[in-house]
Ligand binder design. Structure first.
Ligand code: NI
Length: 140
């Protein structure tokens, strides 16, 4: 059966195993070595799937910017309206008197999602940002 759990043994240097066990412990009592290894394998597979050029992905772009920067909000809105078909949702948080945080959820081919993210991240006044990609596509 494809979803039966299969056992295999893994050899690794002791110091690496010690660090791994510390990470397993930090993830809480509901996690054990096997579950954390499964999580890491899934993460690596999703990352690999997102590298395939034709992959359909979901991207979460988080940016921080100063809302006093001249017409920055307008520029960011303009980019998102230009690509309205790929912008699934966005959330704006007023962090403090000066800073805003925006989370923009994008959907599409990995190259297009990456291109929009690069454009937003490259807009003058955006202080910091990061794109996280995921996909539900199976690997072929
Ligand atoms: Ni704001």
């Amino acid at each position: 059966m494809p979803n039966d759990l299969m056992r295999f043994s893994v050899a690794m240097p002791e110091d690496l195993l010690v660090e791994f066990d510390e990470m397993v412990a930090r993830r809480g009592i509901a996690k054990n070595r096997s579950e954390v290894v499964r999580d890491l394998v899934r993460e690596a597979l999703i990352e690999a799937r997102c590298e395939v050029p034709a992959a359909q992905v979901m991207g979460t772009l988080t940016i921080v910017f100063n809302h006093h920067a001249s017409d920055l909000q307008e520029k960011l809105d303009h980019i998102q309206h230009e690509h309205f078909g790929m912008v699934v949702s966005s959330m704006h948080v007023h962090v403090d008197e000066h800073n805003c945080l925006e989370v923009i959820v994008l959907k599409g081919f990995v190259e297009d999602v990456q291109a929009i993210a690069d454009r937003i991240l490259g807009t003058k006044g955006v202080k910091h940002g990061k794109l996280v990609l995921t996909t539900t596509e199976e690997m072929h």
